[in-house]
Design a protein around this ligand. Structure first.
Ligand code: GLN
Length: 549
């Protein structure tokens, strides 16, 4: 089958859950046996979100091949289990950079470089995944034609219709739609507000949004209406007739108790069937999606609450998205509802830690960058170590439990990470138990230069961690950091009871520490949260939640 393309755009307001709808479409098509990938095009100028403050854009998600990407890729992976790559996350910045680099090389042979056609052509190339094809061909596993390793390529465009910056993306979609004919489908997601005073649902914003899209030359094939209240058929018919869309192609997405109910709700309303019909593929039987339904049953039955503290500095749902979802999923598989409590590490002190962490069955010490809030993380690490509360330190969190141990067990009062000391003269006063990695020492650029992506890690047999991984000897996990455990102190740590139980075989870097004498006290330099999915919750989170229970 030739590759088919689905474009997902959003109108009226942002935060409607385009990522969830895109991931749900991916899931539903996958359930029908199709090979699917989902990509996100973000209209901002940053090359990638790696340099963005989480308050700007939520969590930065990292792919196996080391791309720092939008958090929607996390939804794509959790829903579908596919492994995304650098080809799945594109920004305006990357598009322009490619074009400008080419211009500087002289590749355009004296032409004037313009948004149309040069920028739009570059966007189209990426929407069709031609770059990836080229790469695959070079690598030897040639695919016959662009995009042919996929049956469906779903492209989600960030932002809202009408944004100035997304205009080139819309023009690229318009051209592709015309070029590809029935092989392309446009799905537009809008919002139908409920006005309490009038006791009415309003479709006008949707009509305007579709008009805006039509003004750009794009006629949506399918409308997904986000709504807090049920829309009756007359409402849907009204939208259909005003927007030139078939009635069966107007689908409503009501608020669900969980995002994982969305694919099933979309299937019930025939979203995937509508897409197939538009493309001209026989719809066939509705897939049963048994594993997904089994998961949803578990979710509905998991009502007993287990309280877990997230000790971090970003008081924002999206900042620790993948960690939250990983804990949530691990809870469901353990038959409990994980209740997460954000504890601001900037406010944590030795005096208030006992009250702030009261009633917590487990503690996550969150990843992060920079000095702000680190002392509070160290206070939390000490409290949970001395009170034997299950504790999971992730990346910076692992570094904090290492520093706490040095200060309070090894007696190095000035132990810290070189991330937090600025001059070399200052270094001499500190014990740098966390130090800059050798390969990072000459790097001055910030963007995309950390140790990123999946690396191997050998587990020490018989360790708590190896047990959690089901006795595996070798694992691979994703990273995003510049600093590492300083091996000069390794022997001292081990003698004092903190064991280095995961080592990168190529570089000898310590990737995991644990205190085996405690119930569950583990720190990982990597981010296990990036590889937890709905059908395959991550073993470390599973084991952590078990310990919390
Ligand atoms: N700031 C730390 C480092 O760069 C940890 C990064 C993180 O938590 N992702 O090593």
């Amino acid at each position: 089958m030739d590759t088919k393309y689905i474009f997902v755009t959003g109108g009226v307001v942002s935060s409607l859950g385009k990522g969830i709808i895109s991931a749900s479409i991916g899931k539903l098509l996958q359930a029908r046996g199709y090979k699917v990938t989902i990509q996100k095009f973000d209209p901002y100028i940053n090359i990638d979100p790696g340099t963005l403050n989480p308050y700007e854009h939520g969590e930065c998600y990292v792919t196996e091949d080391g791309m720092e990407t939008d958090l929607d890729l996390g939804h794509y992976e959790r829903f579908t289990g596919i492994h995304t790559t650098r080809y799945n996350s594109i920004t305006t910045g990357r598009i322009y950079k490619a074009v400008i680099d080419r211009e500087r090389r002289g590749d355009y042979l004296g032409k004037t470089i313009q948004v149309v056609p040069h920028i739009t052509d570059e966007i189209k190339r990426r929407m069709l995944r031609e770059d990836e094809q080229l790469q695959t061909k070079k690598g030897g596993t040639a695919a016959a034609s662009p995009g042919s390793q996929y049956d469906f390529i779903i492209t989600e465009v960030g932002g809202t219709i009408g944004d100035i910056e997304s205009a080139p993306f819309m023009e690229a979609i318009r051209q592709l739609r015309w070029q590809l004919g029935r092989d392309a489908v446009c799905v537009h997601l809008t919002y139908v507000p409920y006005l309490k005073a009038a006791d009415e649902l309003k479709t006008k914003p949707t009509q305007h949004s579709v008009k805006e899209l039509q003004g750009m030359g794009i006629q949506p094939d399918i409308l997904v209406l986000r709504t807090e209240r049920h829309l009756d058929d007359s409402m849907r018919l009204k939208v259909a007739s005003f927007c030139n869309v078939d009635l069966e192609c107007v689908v409503q997405s009501e608020d669900m108790p969980s995002i994982y109910e969305v694919p099933v709700n979309m299937q019930r309303q025939g979203l995937d069937a509508a897409i197939l019909r538009k493309i001209g593929i026989p719809v066939g039987e509705t897939p049963a999606m048994k594993p997904w339904h089994d998961f949803l049953d578990k979710q509905r039955n998991a009502t007993r609450e287990v309280h877990v503290a997230l000790v971090g500095k970003y008081d924002l749902q999206d900042a620790y998205k993948s960690i939250r979802e990983s804990l949530n999923l691990a809870g469901i598989y353990n038959g409990v509802k994980t209740k997460l409590h954000f504890v601001n590490s900037e406010e944590l002190t030795k005096e208030n830690v006992a009250t702030r962490l009261e009633g917590m069955a487990g503690i996550i010490i969150c990843p992060g960058f920079g000095q702000r809030g680190i002392e509070g993380k160290i206070v939390a690490a000490e409290f949970s170590r001395t009170h034997d509360i299950p504790t999971f330190g992730i990346c910076l969190g692992m570094q904090m439990i290492v520093i706490e141990f040095a200060r309070n067990v090894l007696g190095y009062k000035n132990a810290t990470s070189s991330e937090f000391v600025s001059t070399s003269s200052e270094d001499k006063m500190h014990q740098l138990v966390i130090d800059l990695m050798e390969e990072q020492k000459d790097i001055t650029q910030k963007g995309g230069t950390m140790r990123l992506g999946a690396y191997d890690c050998e587990l020490v047999e018989g360790s708590r961690t190896s047990e959690a991984y089901g006795g595996k000897a070798l694992i691979s996990e994703r990273h995003r950091h510049r600093y590492e455990f300083n091996n000069a102190y390794k022997a001292e740590y081990e003698t004092a009871g903190m064991k280095c139980v995961g080592i990168n075989p190529a570089a000898g870097l310590v990737e995991i520490v644990e205190i085996p004498s405690l119930r569950w006290y583990i720190g990982t330099q990597f981010h296990p949260e990036y590889s937890s999915t709905v059908l395959h919750p991550h073993p470390l989170f599973m084991s952590f939640i078990k310990a919390c229970i």
